[in-house]
Design a protein around this ligand. Sequence first.
Ligand SMILES: Nc1ncnc2c1ncn2[C@@H]1O[C@H](COP(=O)(O)OP(=O)(O)OP(=O)(O)O)[C@@H](O)[C@H]1O
Ligand SMILES: [Mg+2]
Length: 284
Amino acid sequence: MTLSSAVDGVPIRDVDRETVGQREALLTLMDISKTYRSRKGSEDDAVLAVSDVSFTLAKGEVVALLGTSGCGKSTVLKMVAGLMRPTAGTIRLGDEEIVRPSRRIGIMFQQPTLLPWRTILDNILIQPEIRQGRRAALRHRSKAKELIALTGLSGFENALPSQLSGGMAQRAALCRMLVSEPELLLLDEPFGALDEFTREQMNVEFQRICAERDAAAIVVTHSIQEAVFLADRVLVMTPRPGKVAKSVDIDLPRPRKPEIMTGSAFNSYVAEIHSTLFDRQVHA
Ligand SMILES: Nc1ncnc2c1ncn2[C@@H]1O[C@H](COP(=O)(O)OP(=O)(O)OP(=O)(O)O)[C@@H](O)[C@H]1O
Ligand SMILES: [Mg+2]
């Protein structure tokens, strides 16, 4: 696989640029590895968390990352978010190498991490405010209000996070991620703390929002069902050091409704991924 390189700052578009199906890749991870080292820098306590992970993501494509606890899923996500540099390999968003957080990328962590002293509306507007200042962020207010309505939070614009249930706080965090209209959404077990029913609703909602905006997403989850429901492609990782053990294309029509989970096609994907996860080879 070859990628564009920059000579004198001019990007060169390679003819054999990585493509996903017929679509050009939005995101490309090429041979990513990450070793955590202690502050002392000693090799004895170095932890190889992720090893040689490569995959691409097209515009509008949703990929789920699935793997046992500690296999390196959050590490991959943090590197894609530009919060941490890989020890080896490169990550590109279009022609740009990701070296720092970008407004083109939105991230949602497992916990909603809303600021307790700010109202829901002000929490949602925090990123534009940090990046562009308070006055410029006002331009995002109508978008924020639209998202509040879309996620069923109308009437809570001026509430504080302590007045929201866990599911409502997650929805507010979803609005906060979406308000700057990022092209790439990164979600680390976003709905893990929610009850089954709310989680299902959030998954349906998330699917709709991605389709509406043609946003690409990487969703980290521990649930095989959730991965199959949300994704166009499921990447199954090995235990640490995390590598991609298998990539499974999910060829189910969209929009997907929760009823799809009882169907045979859905369940054969679940069975295939389950056996990959528990295959001895994956654990070797
Ligand atoms: N800051 C760090 N310093 C040292 N080791 C770390 C650090 N962060 C993660 N690790 C190690 O890297 C490995 C991968 O961690 P990571 O958080 O990416 O796993 P994960 O797949 O997200 O797990 P989980 O499903 O439990 O969230 C683990 O062995 C972890 O102990
Ligand atoms: Mg994690």
